[in-house]
Structure formats: C-alpha cells, structure tokens
Write a protein that binds this ligand. Structure first.
Ligand SMILES: [Zn+2]
Ligand SMILES: [Zn+2]
Length: 316
C-alpha cells in the first residue's frame, strides 16, 4: 500500500510517541488511585487542574484562538507557558486547528467532528493520530510574529517535562502520579469533552451550521466552555456564558484580571445576539455529507450562520 503524505516515518514516530505518552499518563493515574491520596495531594491535583484549565479556556481558546480580549505581551507569554504544561501541544498549533474547527464545523473536513467520525475520534483519536500534527502558519499570522510563542510551540514538550520533573522531585512517585498524571488526565478529558460531548449532548439555543450544544455540567468542568452552542454562534468573545445564569468561571477570572489592568477590551456578544438567543427555537442540525458547512434555515429571522474568521488583535 502506498504511503500517504501524512504517513511518513517522522509522523509515525510522532503518533507512537503520542500513544505512549497518553498510555503512560493514564497508567500513572491508575497507580495513583491504587496508592491512595493525602489531602495535600488532592489539593495540589485540584490546583494544577484549575490553573491549567484556565490557561486552556481563558488562554489557548478565548485569547489565542479568538482574541476575545487584550493583554500585555508578558501575560500573553505566561498564558502560553502554563497552557503548554497542560500537555495539549503548543499555542500556535492549538489555535490553528481550532480556527479550522470553527470554519469547517461538523463537515467532513472538520478535524474532530463526532457527527462525521464518531465519538472517540472527536474525543481523543484526532489528537493521537498523525493526520493533524502539522498546522498552517497562515491560520495564525497574528500569533506567528511573536518569536517566543513560536519557540514555545516548537518545544512544547519542555514545559511538560519541567512540571513533571518538579512534581516528582518534590513528592516522588506520589507527586508524579497524583500531582501530574491525575490532574493532567482529568484536564485533558475535560477539555476533550468540548470537541466530543459538546457537539452531541445538551441544548441548542442558537441556530448554527453545526451540531454544537450548551451543557451546564460541561460548563462547570471546563470553567465555562460548555456553553458551546453560544460560542459557535458568536465566537470572538471573552465570555461564553452569555446570560447571567450561565456560569462561566473563566470569564469571571478574565473580568477580575481587568480590574487590576492585566486584561482589557473584553469583547462581549452584542444585544442582537442576546435577543436572538432569548427567542430559542433554533432549526435542527442537518448532517452534512459534503465538505461545505450546512446553512441551516433560520428559525426567526434571516441572517448568516457561517462563522467569521477571528480578527487579529495585537498584544502590547
Ligand atoms: Zn472556539
Ligand atoms: Zn465546536
């Protein structure tokens, strides 16, 4: 059988590395459960989960992928650095594949659609396989100009090894298994539910060209990302819980940081989007067989349902 362009020796090595790393982390989490935990282990595990989930949700996603707010170049780097320790590759790769997900949501070209390729592919198969190891720098021109981000993206394994090594040096096997493995495994699966469950399980408030859903349980687990149907309707915002009752912890943190000048120019959904969501009654999603996004029939008023490309906004 002929090798496809993606099936090179290098990419096969990458895929095997991904599989081995993922298996080792899960094995470490099982060992942790067998060892039992002290209160300090649970506290540090939760702390590492929380801060890194914020770096993914508030950093990789809302800042790097969608430019939902502005910040300084130093805080931008800090978000990228902590995000990298989440073991979900670098910020440029993450933002590039995520922007592509929005452009091609739930079509055959989507990188992780449960509608097209099943639950397990959308949950973790796509990140383990070697089909999406590379990204197109033109997708992230606004980020690619920062050399420190390019460095971090290229050597994204280094911060992971530093965190893993520090946990082990401080608390031995318990530090490795509870502090690093359990917190990272929970963090990964929490994040991955947004690609898998959030396109399957929940309520559709908005009429979008994909099968995205709102789910309050996933919103709690991911600090706000579970309002995924809101997000697919209007993506360039610092918040994803559009209404006061939609709990969005990452937004509360971004807002709190704005009070001390760390973040600024937070983007929020316009009134017309909020009014549209209050109407409810979106058209049901129709699975697309081709590679073009479906244009669902508007439920109430004519409008474009195609996602827009995020506007670059520089850090200063
Ligand atoms: Zn997004
Ligand atoms: Zn999505």
């Amino acid at each position: 059988m002929d090798a496809t362009p993606a099936d090179t020796r290098h990419n096969r090595w990458e895929r095997n590395f991904n599989i081995a790393g993922m298996a080792a982390m899960h094995f470490g989490a099982v060992i942790a459960l067998w060892m039992g935990a002290r209160p300090i282990d649970l506290a540090i595990c939760f702390g590492l989960y929380f801060i890194r989930m914020f770096a993914i949700t508030g950093g990789y996603h809302r800042y790097f992928s969608h430019r939902g707010y502005k910040t300084s170049r130093a805080f931008q780097f800090l978000l990228a650095l902590i995000g990298t320790t989440a073991t979900q590759k670098g910020p440029l790769w993450w933002a590039a594949v995520h922007r592509r997900h929005h452009r091609e949501s739930d079509t055959v070209r989507d990188v992780h659609s449960p509608v097209q390729r099943g639950f397990w592919w959308s949950h973790m198969g796509w990140i383990i396989a070697n089909e999406h190891e590379e990204y197109d720098p033109s997708e992230v021109k606004d980020l690619y100009k920062y050399p420190e981000l390019r460095w971090l993206d290229r050597y994204h394994v280094i911060p992971v090894l530093v965190l893993l090594g520090t946990c082990t040096a401080v608390a031995g096997l318990r530090g490795l298994c509870w502090w690093y493995c359990v917190s990272t495994v929970l963090l990964m699966h929490g994040t991955f539910t947004i690609n898998s469950l959030s396109h399957v399980w929940g309520h559709r408030r908005f009429n979008t060209s994909d099968d995205s859903r709102n789910n309050p349980i996933l919103a709690l687990v991911t600090l706000g990302e579970g309002w995924h149907n809101n997000h697919h309707r209007y993506m360039q915002t610092a918040n994803q819980g559009f209404y006061w009752w939609q709990v969005d912890i990452a937004y509360y943190i971004i807002k709190a940081l704005s009070f001390v000048g760390i973040t600024r120019e937070l983007r929020l959904p316009p009134q017309r989007i909020l009014d549209e969501g209050r109407l409810g009654n979106p058209a049901p999603f129709v699975k697309v067989e081709g590679d073009k996004p479906a244009v669902a029939k508007p439920a109430r008023e004519p409008r474009s349902v195609l996602p827009t490309i995020p506007q670059p906004a520089d850090a200063e």
